[in-house]
Design a protein around this ligand. Structure first.
Ligand code: GMT
Length: 378
């Protein structure tokens, strides 16, 4: 098939899922056309003849206070679909992608082309931004006018049904991880550059937005480091980072809390991590937690959204109420102080991650595509 994928090209989860999906589909022989405003961060394979990138540019015009990205995107979609005989348009993140796709679909009908749209809902497009009254009608409309709709967790599906007036069936297709890629990389982890032999390593990866509660991450670590020699790796970039660095300085923890910035080497960092911390306020799935588990890293998390569909309490880690720093600290200490239990949880994390192995999930997307193409009435 010729598949067009629209996503955000950033380090956020939806862009990562869209990119990894495109790469996996290309390996299966499909032609993949990414349409976005920058090359997606995990897209290293532009030399693969099956992968194509189409940039969306929005020319600056002084009359506009806000540049009309969705207008430029929908025009670009028309152009790419027409020139590349695209069979299916898969948009990740409803805002404004599903809306732009609907406009493109209508424009294409005018020139005799029928194209099915698959919309994948990722999280904040529903739970935070999309449900705002300013956007709600447009998001509801775009979802209801997609040919197929998928959500990355049961929790996100339920949130969507509760927050919008949805007439469309929503299929849950969870996020995925390439277990074989991780297994093939397995070799001794080079942790000596970051921590001493006797120190444990705790890791947090996110885009440092307020809903990730990165101050909870640091507070949990403050409780841990009093009892267990350890370091905290903070991976990512985002609005709360500067404040967090300042806080760490004030607490004299600069030599213990390392801010590593954005990284394309997540597996390398996770390979030497002992625990992963994810105390989010909202989290439709928690892809970073799944990536941690696939690397055998147990997760200490909140019970927000779909996290509990990934991190199984008392098996792959522990789950606490949002904001319950004390409980999360005690849970982390339980694992860090009991080597036998820690090893058991590491093994169970790897096993649970297999549920979300890439092959299985990509099959599900492929069958959604086949159905969507078949549903188009000529
Ligand atoms: O919050 C992020 O890290 C980015 C955000 C996005 O939309 O790009 O992530 C959402 O989608 C991810 C992939 O499906 C999920 O794993 C995250 O849980 C979800 N984030 C939230 O719901 C806050």
């Amino acid at each position: 098939m010729n598949i067009a994928i629209v996503c955000y090209p950033t380090f956020g989860g939806s862009g990562v899922v869209a990119t990894e999906l495109g790469l996996a589909l290309a390996k299966r022989g499909h032609n993949i056309h990414f349409i976005t405003y920058n090359i997606p961060v995990r897209l290293e394979a532009l030399n693969d003849p099956k992968i194509h990138f189409h940039e969306v540019s929005v020319p600056d015009y002084p009359l506009f206070k806000y540049q009309p990205y969705e207008l430029a995107l929908s025009s670009r979609l028309v152009d790419v679909v027409r020139s590349n005989a695209i069979d299916i348009l898969h948009v990740h993140y409803a805002i404004p992608h599903a809306y732009a796709a609907y406009m493109a679909k209508k424009m294409l009908i005018d020139i005799g082309i029928q194209i099915p749209i698959v919309t994948t809902l990722h999280g904040t497009d529903i739970t935070l931004v999309g449900s705002h009254p300013f956007y709600n009608p447009a998001v509801t409309f775009s979802i209801n006018h997609s040919d197929r709709v998928t959500a990355v967790s049961e929790s996100l599906k339920n949130d969507t049904l509760n927050l919008f007036d949805i007439k469309k069936k929503i299929d849950v297709i969870p996020n995925f991880v390439d277990i074989n890629k991780i297994k093939n990389k397995e070799k001794p982890c080079e942790r000596s550059l970051l921590a001493k032999k006797e120190e444990k390593i705790l890791t947090h990866i996110s885009n440092f937005r307020p809903l990730k509660r990165i101050f909870d991450v640091i507070s949990i670590y403050e409780g841990i480091v009093k009892k267990v020699k350890s370091k905290l790796m903070m991976v990512g970039e985002g609005p709360e980072k500067i404040k967090a660095i300042q806080y760490v300085k004030e607490k004299n923890l600069e030599d213990k809390v390392l801010f590593l910035g954005n990284s394309n080497e997540i597996d390398k960092i996770l390979c030497y991590s002992d625990l992963f911390l994810l105390p989010s306020e909202k989290e439709s799935f928690g892809l970073s937690a799944l990536e941690a588990m696939a690397n055998g890293v147990p997760v200490i998390s909140s019970n927000a959204g779909g996290i509990t569909e990934v991190n199984i309490n008392n098996k792959t880690g522990f789950v606490s109420n949002i904001g319950d720093i004390k409980d999360m600290t005690l849970n982390a200490l339980t694992l860090l102080k009991d080597e036998k239990l820690h090893q058991k949880f590491k093994k169970q994390s790897r096993i649970q991650a297999e549920v979300f192995n890439l092959e299985k999930i990509v099959n599900q997307y492929e069958s959604v595509y086949v159905d969507a193409v078949a549903s188009i009435q000529y």
